[in-house]
Write a protein that binds this ligand. Structure first.
Ligand SMILES: [Zn+2]
Length: 68
């Protein structure tokens, strides 16, 4: 019984450490939703705001690659 409780506490602590809580770009805290991006080979967690900015940037980059 004690082991189970200890296990739950450990899982909880691990969860708190590994769940991204802040946007890697602007540093804002996530409320619920976040987006994972791979930027320069590194996993980044973005808020919806930065996600839309980023997708615009990526699409414009693709556009330049193709037509620029
Ligand atoms: Zn952000």
């Amino acid at each position: 019984m004690v082991l189970i409780i200890a296990g739950i506490i450990v899982l909880f602590i691990i969860g708190v450490f590994f769940i991204p809580r802040r946007c890697d770009v602007c540093g804002i805290g996530f409320k619920r939703k976040y987006y994972t991006w791979e930027i320069e080979g590194k996993k980044q967690h973005l808020c919806p705001n930065c996600n839309s900015r980023m997708s615009r940037r990526v699409s414009s980059k693709k556009f330049t690659d193709r037509f620029g």
